[in-house]
Design a protein. Structure first.
Length: 202
């Protein structure tokens, strides 16, 4: 039976999960694993399914954001669009379940799970939308994905809930260490981002 690996929300601490992902990539057979993810937690399983070198991609991220003054929504989308290709879509279909929050007509949050994408642009928009925190990631209260008003998957309160009946393991930013909420704020502080990656490797 396959196992579900859950990467919960993490905000700006995504390098921590990338560090964990680098360990998984080097030491475990993930061929029978499905992933579910929320917000910045989507980067690690996306790269694992695509069999991208985690450290190399992390360094590409650092190079991309160091002098980029766009909104975080634009940074995420533009980096993914630059980095990914259509084969990554195939590698992640049915293997990655991305959790988003839909704002319905009554302004109430609804959980949305996406596990199939039609092309690279669709995948990039999905990951970007799952990370969208109102105002913090762009000067607006929501973003748009597939015709719906979407915000960070965190707001649906399903980050640690499995999407399959399979045995599962959950990665959370506070699983082994006590961290402050400010640690989740997006930042382009390169030394801090590198320290978070190394923390995930330890």
């Amino acid at each position: 039976m396959s196992r579900e690996v859950i990467f919960s929300y993490c905000g700006g601490m995504f390098p921590y999960y990338l560090g964990i992902a680098s360990v998984l990539q080097k030491n475990y057979d993930l061929s029978d694993v499905v992933f579910s993810s929320t917000s910045g937690g989507s980067f690690a399983p996306l790269l694992l399914n695509s069999k991208r070198d985690i450290l190399e991609t992390f360094n590409n991220i650092l190079d991309f954001i160091e002098f980029n003054d766009s909104s975080w929504e634009e940074i995420i989308y533009n980096f993914l669009k630059q980095e990914l290709n259509e084969s990554d879509v195939v590698a992640n279909n049915e293997k990655l379940y991305v959790k988003l929050t839909k704002i319905n007509d009554y302004l109430m949050p609804e959980k949305v799970i996406v596990k199939n994408w039609v092309n690279k642009e669709d995948l990039c928009k999905c990951i970007s939308a799952s990370c969208f925190v109102p105002i913090l990631c762009g000067n607006k209260f929501f973003t748009s994905y597939r015709g719906s008003k979407i915000v960070d998957g965190f707001f649906a309160s399903t980050s640690t809930i499995p999407v399959t009946e399979n045995p599962n393991i959950v990665f959370k930013i506070d699983k082994w260490r006590l961290l402050t909420p400010s640690s989740m704020l997006p930042t382009s502080d390169i030394p801090w981002l590198k320290s978070m990656f190394n923390l995930g490797v330890l």
